[in-house]
Design a protein around this ligand. Sequence first.
Ligand SMILES: CC(C)(COP(=O)(O)OP(=O)(O)OC[C@H]1O[C@@H](n2cnc3c(N)ncnc32)[C@H](O)[C@@H]1OP(=O)(O)O)[C@@H](O)C(=O)NCCC(=O)NCCS
Length: 312
Amino acid sequence: MSELVIRRGELKDVAGIVDVHCSELDGTWYSFKGGVREEVEGPTSLSLYERWLNGGSWMSPELCAVYINNLLLEGHIPLVAEQNGLIVGELELFFGWESDGNLYAHIGVVQVHKDHQRKGIGALLIKEAINYARKRGAYYLTVRPREGLKDYYKNLGFGEWLKTVVFTAEASPYVARITWEEDNTYFNKKKFSRFIMGQEQSSAQIWQIFHRNQFALPEFTREPIHTGRASTDGQEILAIFYPHVYCGDMANVYAWSDTDIRAEHIWTLLTLAYHFGYARVRSLLIEEHFERLKSKLPLEEMERQEIFRIEL
Ligand SMILES: CC(C)(COP(=O)(O)OP(=O)(O)OC[C@H]1O[C@@H](n2cnc3c(N)ncnc32)[C@H](O)[C@@H]1OP(=O)(O)O)[C@@H](O)C(=O)NCCC(=O)NCCS
């Protein structure tokens, strides 16, 4: 293999990063006109939003530039693998202080170009991510392994940490007295309270994606993202309500609090989702909390996930 360099990604790498991520589609693109998914020849006829629906912010240079720009401005780190001047892989490291007082680094994304997979590039990116996280003073590095990749991460030194359950629940006016204050400044210092609901990635990555990373496209600005503080009976919760991509009447909900999750918190969040005009909520609970609360609440289990971590 000719020389491979792992280095910090910059705005100039955006075109290469887009190539890497689009290679995952194997040339199969879809249009979504009128909500109907249909295979198309290539991406040229698609709007930026339709390209995004094919795989997120990395599917067009326009949105990817905004995304990487925001990531860099917030002090997170994209790493790229470069071979003969070509970007062949990308990894994104997110940083934030979690409620145990420790700085956590989180691998939110790792992608190797389809034509260059299984040549050790992914492992090199992850090893370099461990080095970068250590240098920044993080105490743990976490990742949510895709299905089939748990042993891969174990071989790189990660171990099982959190088991979580994805659920949906009906939004309804369950709680009478709630105060809601829209405010998006709480997490500016990237210090997070306990992540009580919605932990599919780290707090820092969720905050970055669902709050900091907005695109000036009508499809993104049509529905408001609610970010703020809910108070009921002296209990406070910080929460984000983000419209689900494919089900407009469903909100993805992420919530943080200084206390452990209780049934009352969930009733409050389901009530707020109702007032924001949603019919359902999608979120996650840590497995032991889900098992403790499921008999008291109308939660429908969707799938189980796991987050791994390595101590640095
Ligand atoms: C997962 C990924 C980053 C690994 O990078 P890579 O450079 O291809 O992998 P490496 O050469 O470092 O390691 C190869 C090993 O990874 C594991 N692996 C890679 N892809 C795999 C897959 N799709 N299914 C199962 N194992 C896989 C295997 O253990 C493989 O060893 P083998 O080739 O001897 O079977 C890369 O395959 C990729 O971009 N996949 C698509 C996106 C993705 O799944 N990202 C991970 C999100 S957590």
